[in-house]
Design a protein around this ligand. Sequence first.
Ligand SMILES: [Zn+2]
Ligand SMILES: [Zn+2]
Length: 308
Amino acid sequence: MPAAYKNAFQTYFRLKTSPFWIIHLLCFAAFFIEFSWWYVGLAFAGYFVRMFLVTGVHHRYFSHRSYSTSRVFQFILAFAAMTSVQKGVLWWAAHHRHHHTHSDQEGDIHSPQDGFWWSHIGWILSDENNETEEHYIRDLMRYPELVWLNKYFVIPPIVYGVAMFLIAGVPGLVWGLCISTVMLWHGTYTINSLSHLWGWQRYKTTDTSRNNPVLALVTLGEGWHNNHHRFQSAARNGFFWWEIDITYYILKTLAAVGLIWNLRPVPEQLLDPNNESWIKSQQVEQISAGNSTAAKTEKTDVVEEVEA
Ligand SMILES: [Zn+2]
Ligand SMILES: [Zn+2]
């Protein structure tokens, strides 16, 4: 159990974590504003668009490089994804790669083995995980514009908040920023908590990841989390047509209009839960190829260079 979890008060309630709780409390301001379905629509639109950006950009692009894009659109995607108020793009990718390296083993930063609340919000509120671990993201550190954006991670949320205010005034801040962001936070964090607890395991992975159709709807496709731990580098997490993966449909649309390309498919051999030989041979090949940290991080992955 992480040391900070033993002293819950220090982990969850400090001056530094107060913005997280103040945004929760500000949601109650909705009771003092005249109700309108338009505001509800604004909150859900903010949720939907930013959940796509979390899953399709922070996760599938920056953490797993499951497709390619131009350097300009890469920056636009990073900026947009950071309106999700989940720290910097490099911080996000580094911590996620750390999770895949240690999934549910000693050293995993957000395993529910260390307690539900720790895996849900404790790890992100704790001071233990503030730093961006650069050795996990050498491929992304080559872009000074991303390093800059990661450092000034408060800029995109401020721009988003100003936009909400310009769209709908104070109700825009309450519904479009606070309520929408609180829903987005807890929706996103179910992947680290509930997706390792609720659902079934089609594939025997070395972790507790699950597939769960309800969480897949809430998170626009990330609830197929056992599939994802089976093969991290695919642009899709729903491996079969009946596994609804809204993020993948949006990525396909962006590819159709030429903004992104090279969407990485799931290798046919991996779809069969009984086929373990292929994945093992890939791991051995990569570990013998050299950098053991990179090999462990990417497992069956081959990082492609982003096209400048
Ligand atoms: Zn996981
Ligand atoms: Zn992942």
